[in-house]
Design a protein around this ligand. Structure first.
Ligand code: SAH
Ligand code: AVI
Length: 293
């Protein structure tokens, strides 16, 4: 936090959004009319479930990175009957709630929750069946292309097959609406980061003096989220003091959007061949089936 807030463009990694309150707010985002991503990926998964299951293979061990509430995973679990399901998430609350719900719904399933940061080496139990990595939700878009490359190189060492959900490049207005919803849930999600810093690090951010700001940066194909200072002000975190000018921002998240070809090229650089890509008719979302090449 201190390092990020000391940069010329103040910047914090998006993984810190997901405390208990942040995970709940994200679940509400997924149900917003403007946030098409979750619905599009769910529908895409439902309508191609048989071929997705053929690619992944029944009886595999399914590792899901950034599993959250494991919503789409239910479809895969039913179709694949995996030998084990390993949800990996930084949010303890999301992981616990999802594991409890899944255990009730699939009493036959071995669930091995792993609480950790997927950008760092994570120790997983020894594999007892072929492993498949599942990374839905376009969470890969929250990584820079360099981080995404490093992440894909890491997963390639864990499993020969991977399913990745990726938000597609599209009309800037649709993207803008998805990250500036009318109920202001995304704004609350963004500002919750400051509330979390107050709570956990004893900082004194005044949330009334910061505002959510999200826009589509078409030149690089990403939504950028910022919290913008509405006043000239100082904020303290312990013995550190940070000054804000009016209009100065903390860059809190990138959400990269990829064309089908753009994502395939990224995967290829990390050593994956794309066996199949499923997209919906409105070209909102893509699900890529990758094989280590
Ligand atoms: N896969 C779900 C949730 C996506 S939200 C879906 O498709 O709806 C992103 C999830 O990734 C959150 O649950 C968040 O807690 C988790 N996450 C974000 N950064 C992470 C990191 N660095 N390591 C582990 N989990 C992370
Ligand atoms: C988790 N991730 C893919 C979401 C996204 O769309 O980038 C996080 C999010 N940020 C704002 N709204 C949703």
């Amino acid at each position: 936090m201190i390092a990020g807030l000391s940069l010329p463009q103040k910047s914090l990694p998006p993984k810190y959004f997901y405390d208990d309150a942040g995970s709940r707010l994200f679940e509400r985002i997924c149900r917003l009319p403007e946030y098409y991503l979750t619905r599009a990926e769910l529908a895409l998964t439902k309508s191609n479930l048989a071929s997705i299951a053929r690619f992944a293979g029944r009886g595999c061990e399914l590792i899901e990175y950034g599993s959250g509430e494991s919503l789409k995973t239910r479809l895969l679990i039913r179709a694949l009957r995996p030998a084990a399901y390993l949800p990996v998430d930084i949010s303890q609350a999301a992981l616990r709630d999802a594991a409890e719900r899944l255990a009730r719904e699939f009493p036959w399933l071995e669930i091995v929750p792993v609480n950790g940061d997927f950008m760092r080496p994570i120790e997983l139990p020894r594999a007892r069946a072929a492993r498949v990595v599942y990374f839905p939700g376009s969470t890969i878009g929250n990584l820079s292309p360099e981080e995404a490359h490093a992440f894909l190189s890491m997963t390639r060492g864990q499993a020969a097959r991977m399913l990745v959900g990726v938000d597609l490049r599209k009309d800037a207005n649709a993207l803008h609406a998805a990250y500036n919803d009318s109920r202001r849930v995304t704004a609350a999600f963004n500002l919750n980061l400051l509330a979390r810093i107050n709570l956990e690090l004893g900082a004194d951010f005044d949330l009334r003096r910061f505002q959510h700001y999200a826009f589509y940066n078409a030149a690089v194909g990403r939504i950028e989220m910022h919290v913008v200072s509405l006043a000239r002000q100082d904020v303290r975190i312990g013995r550190h003091r940070f000054s804000f000018d009016v209009g100065e921002s903390i860059h809190t998240e990138n959400s990269y959007k990829y064309s089908v070809e753009g994502f395939r090229a990224l995967a290829a650089r990390a050593g994956y061949a794309t066996e199949k890509t499923w997209t919906d008719r409105k070209a909102l979302f893509a699900l890529h089936a990758l094989k280590a090449s």
